[in-house]
Write a protein that binds this ligand. Structure first.
Ligand code: F6R
Length: 599
């Protein structure tokens, strides 16, 4: 969603801000703007639509600036137009804001009563006036704003009467300071600073940060705080396309090396390493997430229920936006697992906080090490996937499934439901996973895409693990190609959904499970008898009459603990190829944001 960049130093401020905003594009936005300072004045430039529009507007500016702030806006309060676009100024204060101020209407009325007037419909302009309204020093004004504001914010603030300083503070929305040599950066996303520095400082809630070109001073209610300067483990190359046409394609390809990276991290001397959390002491486990991460959680539940549990552990999964409004009857040995690539998804974070408040143990499977979820969970299993830039997750989902599978395997091994010989087989399969998935990268997905890209509806069917996989396959297709698609349990087809099948309706049949192959196959044939065109994803172990199908993709058969990560690869490629044929904006699909930081 919205993104922030701030810079103070000797480089060309306009260039740093525009490049920074470009790094933030992937998060989703509808307008963008900059505010820049020099000795004489403060210049604000805004534009609706892509950053390139803003770039056009700043081309003619040759003034030298010493500091500036920039913002990509994803509208929440007020229409998408230049007026509502950030930065916002009121009186002596100019700022950019990520987040939502819940009490902005009350604050607006209070401020209007004391003479402030407002040009925009945004909650953000109120913050500028609120800070300005405090009669005292700047630090106290920011503390005052922290006390008055309800909701979430990451803010970078410039005062009209102090030209060489940027101030920053945050609550429930990420913000870091990038530490340079004679220059400093502020950003909502680490990828912004990577072209210039790997050193950064985390800003904690309640802190106020004063940034000049040579110093980063951090204060909280007890006074000056000494902060650790951290070193980012991600590099600028991780955050670039490296010759791939799209980030999505690059990230799908990175899954191959992620197999070995995760193997080396989580397997030690032919055993599950200490880095895989031991969750055997819990008898009630809730797994909570949103979107694809939720579908990964469904795979985790399936594996524990079917192959690991001896009846002593009950696993529930829920989408975070539902879970947070339900009653939870935690026991003394309950665990909440949250799964999140970004580590900032508002609903998932809210569930984590709820559980932390109830003193329930929490475990986060999370990709961004500096994210709120990574910082606030009691236990953390990092996904190690590197920056994921394409809005539609691929390597994020892949890693989440793999890590949940490893947690399940270790749990089964400790509980004794996975014996020594099965454990050895699983670890050996894990070491071969890279070669198994690599074989799927050269298949011809383009011809399948060519047969379905002009259809209005596409359906997926499968049972059990195949059904759970269909959820992610269907989401991937709809979010980047905008084709309506849905997934049904194969056995449910004739209880209603088969009414949707018309002549030539494409139905992707996921049939990779031995026990249920024949049953699902006959459900698929029932759809074909009503006119469906069938596309089959199966493993190399079955024999069947191939003439029912338009195309057949055979994935390598692996143990069910790894089958989901193998099976997803063809669906990522099919979605990608379909979207490509339709000319869609694959990395930045319409209406979607990478990190959903509002409810
Ligand atoms: C789909 C997708 C989303 C995310 C969801 C959760 O391709 O990317 O459904 O999975 O928004 O995001 P994180 O994992 O960042 O919490």
């Amino acid at each position: 969603m919205c993104g922030i960049v701030g810079y103070i130093g000797n480089r060309n401020v306009t260039d740093v801000l525009v490049q920074g905003l470009k790094c933030l594009e992937y998060r989703g936005y509808d307008s963008a703007g900059l505010a820049m300072r020099n000795n004489k004045d403060l210049k604000i430039i805004k534009s609706v639509g892509k950053i390139i529009n803003l770039e056009e507007k700043v081309k003619g500016i040759h003034d030298k600036y010493c500091s500036g702030i920039g913002h990509t806006r994803w509208a929440t309060h007020g229409a998408v137009n230049e007026l509502n676009c950030h930065p916002h100024s009121n009186a002596n204060v100019t700022l950019v804001h990520n987040g939502i101020i819940e009490n902005f209407r009350e604050l607006r009325k209070e401020l209007e009563l004391i003479g402030y007037s407002f040009k925009t419909d945004t909650d953000s302009e109120i913050i500028a006036a609120l800070i300005d309204s405090y009669k005292g020093n700047k630090y106290d004004a920011l503390i005052y704003a922290q006390m008055k504001l309800k909701g979430s914010y990451a803010l970078v603030i410039m005062f009209g009467d102090e030209k060489d300083v940027l101030y920053a503070m945050r609550k429930d929305s990420p913000l870091i300071v990038g530490v340079g040599n004679g220059e400093n950066f502020i950003a909502s996303d680490i990828s912004v600073i990577l072209p210039y520095t790997k050193k950064y400082i985390d800003i904690e809630e309640g802190e106020i940060v004063k940034v000049t070109k040579d110093d980063v001073l951090v204060y909280n209610e007890s006074g000056k705080v000494s902060k650790d300067v951290k070193i980012a483990s991600w590099t600028i190359l991780d955050a670039q396309k490296n010759g791939y046409e799209h980030f999505m394609l690059k990230e799908m390809n990175e899954q191959i090396d992620l197999c070995s990276k995760l193997y080396n991290k989580f397997i030690e001397e032919d055993n599950y390493s200490e880095d895989i959390p031991d969750i055997s002491k819990y008898d009630k486990i809730d797994i909570v997430a949103c979107g694809s991460a939720y579908y990964a959680a469904c795979v985790g539940k399936y594996l524990i229920d079917k192959y690991v549990s001896d009846g002593s552990v009950q696993v529930n999964v829920d989408v975070a936006s539902e879970y947070r409004y339900k009653n939870h009857f935690y026991t003394g040995s309950s665990l909440l697992i949250v799964v999140s690539q970004s580590g900032e998804t508002a609903d998932t974070l809210a569930c984590l906080r709820m559980a932390n408040k109830s003193n329930v143990d929490t475990l986060a499977i999370v990709n961004v090490p500096s994210s709120s979820i990574a910082k606030e969970a009691k236990m953390v299993m990092l996904m190690l996937a590197g920056p994921e830039i394409a809005v539609a997750t691929t390597k994020g989902y892949f890693t989440q499934v793999l890590e949940l599978s490893l947690i399940a395997q270790k749990l089964g091994y400790i509980k004794g439901t996975i014996d020594e010989s099965l454990k050895n087989n699983l670890i050996s399969e894990f070491s071969n996973l890279k070669s198994k998935i690599t074989s799927l990268y050269d298949l011809d997905y383009s011809s399948i895409a060519g047969k379905v890209f002009d259809k209005e509806h596409i359906y997926f069917i499968g049972r059990c693990l195949d059904y759970v996989l269909g959820l992610e396959a269907s989401l991937k297709l709809k979010e980047i190609s905008y084709i309506h698609s849905d997934v049904y349990q194969a056995g449910e087809l004739k209880h209603g959904p088969i009414a949707l099948i018309e002549n030539e309706t494409p139905v992707f049949c996921i049939l990779t499970e031995n026990e249920i192959f024949d049953k699902s196959l006959s459900n698929a044939i029932e759809a074909k008898s009503r006119g469906a065109k069938l596309y089959l994803i199966t493993t190399d172990e079955f024999e069947f009459d191939e003439h029912y199908f338009e195309s057949i993709i055979k994935v390598p058969k692996v143990n069910d603990f790894f089958q989901a990560v193998v099976n997803i690869i063809p669906f990522q490629f099919i979605a990608y190829e379909v979207a490509n044929k339709k000319g869609c904006d694959i990395d930045k699909p319409k209406n979607l944001a990478k990190s959903v930081t509002v409810e």
